[in-house]
Design a protein around this ligand. Structure first.
Ligand code: AMP
Ligand code: FE
Ligand code: FE
Ligand code: ZN
Length: 284
């Protein structure tokens, strides 16, 4: 693989396990030329990542927005990557702030459900694992591991735990509003892991067609949660709609097994994303 462009990585600003500064250093050590920091619903890691960026690593500042499509019953949650948007644009910043507040309330509800069944974890513990970043189920998984009830984050996502029995939905942005908000902030929206069936229901192609009409720029095709057939389906759909396709690790440190640079994006696609953005520049 010639390009070393990884456009989807998480830090401790959300549910990754490397601090933003360590994330960019790890990116350079892994031989990446370009890394995007895309924490869930926050730009909280941007400054530390930028300050620690090693020479030779270009940094794309981004986020991964929690979204929902209301065109199915029940509605379907999905993730939207947003690159190089202006973090000070008020509507998008306020939307992300609301999502983070809800993540805390929802995390507390999940912990209450677990405690009601005698699981010995506390919200204080979970909130501490998030360390000021966006709270996510992986932080609750950490508490379940500490309590000796599961041995991995993946196991904590099984249906008897956070996957179903102790699942509480979180607030999400309407996906059409999110695409518009990212564009309005000068950013470039890319649909993250659109066919990741292992995470739950996925949206139909008709939604992707409609999103392409309102400003969606690309689809993440090469991702560990997609089978080879799903990657090809996404490529075909992107071709038909004039969307770019990206590849990325969705690195979460030790919360997942995937390594930095495990999947990468083609240089010409990266160039198109950069050319389409007007919010903030690439650093480096
Ligand atoms: P949340 O954002 O709180 O709903 O938690 C979802 C996050 O948990 C995703 O961003 C992934 O990082 C992680 N995740 C989801 N499913 C799994 C899984 N099966 N195994 C490990 N981590 C997962
Ligand atoms: Fe995550
Ligand atoms: Fe995601
Ligand atoms: Zn992600």
């Amino acid at each position: 693989m010639s390009s070393r462009i990884d456009l989807h990585c998480h830090s401790t600003a959300s549910d990754g396990t490397l601090a933003p500064a360590d994330l960019v250093r790890a990116g350079a050590e892994a031989g990446l030329e370009v890394m995007a920091i895309t924490d869930h619903d926050t730009t909280g890691g941007w400054a530390d990542a930028a300050a620690a960026r090693p020479d030779g690593l270009r940094l794309v500042r981004g986020a991964e927005l929690s979204c929902r499509w209301h065109g199915a019953e029940p509605s379907i949650s999905l993730h939207l990557l947003a690159y190089l948007f202006d973090p000070a644009e008020p509507a998008l910043a306020e939307s992300m702030r609301r999502l983070r507040v809800d993540r805390e309330q929802r995390g507390e509800k999940i912990v209450e459900k677990l405690r009601a069944d005698g699981v010995p974890i506390t919200w204080t513990e979970v909130y501490g694992y998030a360390a000021g970043g966006s709270v996510g189920r992986p932080h609750i998984a950490q508490a379940l591991i500490r309590a000796g009830l599961v041995t991995s984050v993946t196991e904590a996502f099984a249906s008897r735990w956070l996957g179903a029995r102790y699942f509480v939905p979180k607030a999400d942005l309407d996906v059409f509003d999110a695409v518009a908000a990212v564009r309005a902030a000068g950013g470039v929206p890319v649909f993250a892991h659109p066919r990741a069936t292992k995470r739950g229901r996925v949206v139909p192609d008709e939604l992707i067609v409609a999103l392409a009409d309102v400003g969606l720029f690309g689809l993440e095709a090469d991702h560990e949660d997609h089978s080879p057939a799903e990657r090809e389906e996404i490529r075909a759909l992107a071709d038909r709609l004039g969307l770019v396709v990206t590849g990325s690790s969705d690195f979460h440190g030790t919360h997942k097994t995937v390594q930095l640079g495990a999947f990468v994006t083609a240089p010409e696609v990266y160039d198109k994303i950069v050319a389409a953005a007007t919010g903030v520049p690439v650093l480096g």
